[in-house]
Design a binder for this molecule. Sequence first.
Ligand code: 5GP
Length: 190
Amino acid sequence: MDELKSGSHAEDYILVGNEKFIPLLSDEKIQARVKELGGQLTKEYKGKLPIFIGVLNGSFIFLSDLVKNINLKLEIDFFKLSSYGESKISSGKVKMLKELNADINDRHVIIVEDIVDTGLSIKYIEELMESFKPASLKVATLLFKKEALKYDVKIDYIGFEIPNKFVIGYGLDYAQRYRNLRSIYVLNEE
Ligand code: 5GP
């Protein structure tokens, strides 16, 4: 049985079977950082009409909170990738599941990711987006597992650097669940 202790308080924890997830980043801490990033993007894209492109599914909550903190006219689109392989560990192959609707040629594009782990997904995305010749291309990720990075990628905006451990909440899932948690929890490996 899954057990979900109430709310987003720092002392809470989540049991998934016999795996325990403990708090890593509180709702308040995430919101404060997202507000900062929104302020920074507002300044940097002043006078432009940027397009924010979320990578589904994980980025939907971060993207939603981020754009609410950006005081500019902007556009939003999404696309979806799938990593092949038996495990969650990157197989080295990526497939496009939902394509972009927008034409990004000559546009100021900001890719929005929930988390950069090995960097495989973002590397694929960067190469794909560059092929459409945007006016500029930047990458924003809420979380960055610096120690897990294996590919040479350019990340422009990072919410938080986190340890190389499995996390859930705030858009990030465990078998498609727990995306709706307001805080981020980390698997307790003790
Ligand atoms: P990468 O291509 O950088 O290795 O991995 C990126 C994707 O792997 C993310 O978009 C996310 O879907 C998944 N991922 C990587 N680390 C985690 C994690 O700690 N928790 C969850 N829920 N997903 C992760």
